[in-house]
Write a protein that binds this ligand. Structure first.
Ligand code: ZN
Length: 462
């Protein structure tokens, strides 16, 4: 290390305390993420306890030109928080307080290092709900959810992280604190600055605190697993349920048959809840206010769908245990890998084009390597599909060829190479498939304006 770098770490230790700064050796005792057990690499890791300390760290790094990689729960899928030996990690792990839950205003003020699940449980005790929900809920930080504009299973009804955030506090690269911690739904007093930072993947500032929007907790939950005869019936069924359930439809997930067969059979599932062999399976959820009334309602709407031929078979789950059992199928993505490396995709496109698009992708993947299996599923109600391809090719060339198979049809459909996972490093070379040169230039202009020395998450996104 150069003397000025040693001096920077000494300055940070003096101000934040010796336990707040880990050296490279201590950093290597940590893993790169919940999906990657390999040792974390960095010059140092700094763990501030409050916004003032974050501002102090960034100001000092800005003056030195020291690259800073903000890190949350390390559950991301696009290498958006990857580090190198010269980087300094800014971990929000010690900013983990829920500062206030306002029952009347239906808001929560939180620090960036609060776990998503921690907030969900805390507000449930108040009869409230924070509807953002995703598989990594027990490990991901709310600051990371906002920095990546996380989506998940209930976007159809409640929107992504952006739609559930009322205010934020962020620290710019030079240490300037932007206090935009408002708790109002409506606020058109000039630019809505929080949206600059939400979804910026740690490139425009470090989100330190937020005011989140809460909803009344639903009193009933009902899930339905439905077998559907063809793709046009899947889209017609979405409209039928959304119309028939009067705004209570909260999720509409689709599983292609290869996915369903893998998750609904042994060893993961002793017996499939619906027989194998249907062309599509839909997992839908209704969040309502009265269990008995909702069940009668859902049965009547489903009866119409069966009669119209949109659905060929159905299972309803209204108890907590049966709801969980159906959702466990959708969350069993890990069984697809069967111990082999996978390549995971997350794309957006118009719903009407999805049936044909998936067939195009399968044909293109088979041309690259006919031994690669394609599992398709996703949040169809949001226009968002995921693919898990396995086994992942060993050479970069093979990985690229599979990426091309998935991404190349998207520009003609005005689709996106990233629906909810972000760009990070993994999708950076594909950004031009979804964004025009003028859009990418504007992103770079914003970065230069807010972080003129380019210290924040350099090399990521654009
Ligand atoms: Zn997803």
């Amino acid at each position: 290390m150069r003397p000025e770098q040693t001096q920077l770490l000494d300055t940070l230790r003096d101000r934040l305390g010796p336990h707040a700064v880990l050296d490279a050796e201590a950093v290597a005792e940590r893993a790169q993420g919940i999906w990657r057990p390999t040792p974390l690499v960095a010059r140092a890791l700094v763990r501030p306890r409050n916004t003032e300390e974050v501002a102090f760290v960034l100001k000092a790094c800005h003056e030195m030109g020291q690259p800073v990689i903000p890190q949350g729960g390390l559950t991301g899928l696009v290498h958006g928080a990857d580090t190198g030996p010269d980087d300094l990690i800014l971990s929000l792990e010690r900013m983990n307080q829920i500062e206030e839950i306002d029952r009347e205003g239906r808001t929560a003020r939180v620090q960036a290092g609060v776990l998503l699940q921690g907030l969900q449980e805390a507000v449930a005790e108040e009869g409230l709900s924070f509807p953002l929900d995703l598989g990594a809920r027990g490990s991901c930080f709310l600051g990371g959810n906002l920095a990546t504009n996380a989506g998940g299973n209930r976007v159809l009804r409640y929107g992504m992280a952006r739609e559930n955030t009322l205010g934020i506090e962020a620290v710019l690269a030079d240490g300037t604190v932007i206090d935009s911690l408002y708790g109002m739904v409506k606020n058109n007093a000039g630019f809505d600055l929080k949206h600059l930072f939400i979804g910026s993947e740690g490139t425009l500032g470090v989100i330190t605190r937020a005011v989140l929007r809460l909803r009344e907790a639903p009193r009933s939950r009902l899930s339905m697993l439905l077998a559907v005869p063809d793709f046009p019936s899947v889209t017609a069924l979405l409209r039928h349920l959304d119309q028939g359930l009067g705004g209570q439809l909260s999720a509409f997930e689709v599983m292609w048959p290869e996915f369903y067969e893998a998750v609904a059979t042994a060893p993961r599932c002793p017996a499939p809840p619906l027989p194998l062999g249907a062309p599509f399976y839909v997992l839908a959820e209704l969040l309502g206010a009265d269990a008995a009334r909702d069940e009668a309602w859902a049965e009547s709407v489903l009866g119409d769908a069966l009669e119209a031929g949109l659905v060929s078979d159905a299972v309803l789950a209204s108890t907590a245990a049966r709801n969980e059992a159906l959702w466990a199928l959708r969350d069993s993505v890990d069984v697809l890998a069967a111990g082999k490396p996978t390549q995971v995709f997350d794309v957006s496109l118009p719903i009407g084009a999805m049936g044909a698009y998936v067939e195009t992708v399968k044909t293109a993947v088979a041309k690259v390597d006919s031994s690669v299996k394609v599992f398709t599923f996703g949040h169809l109600g949001d226009g968002n599909l995921h693919f898990v391809l396995t086994p992942r090719p060993r050479e970069a060339e093979g990985v690229h060829a599979l990426e091309a198979a998935v991404y190349d049809p998207l520009p003609a459909l005005r689709g996106s190479v990233s629906a909810e996972h972000g760009i990070g490093l993994e999708k950076k070379s594909w950004l031009g498939h979804s964004r025009s040169p003028a859009e990418v230039q504007l992103m770079q202009t914003l970065r230069e304006a807010l972080d003129p020395r380019g210290i924040l998450n350099p090399g990521k996104v654009c």
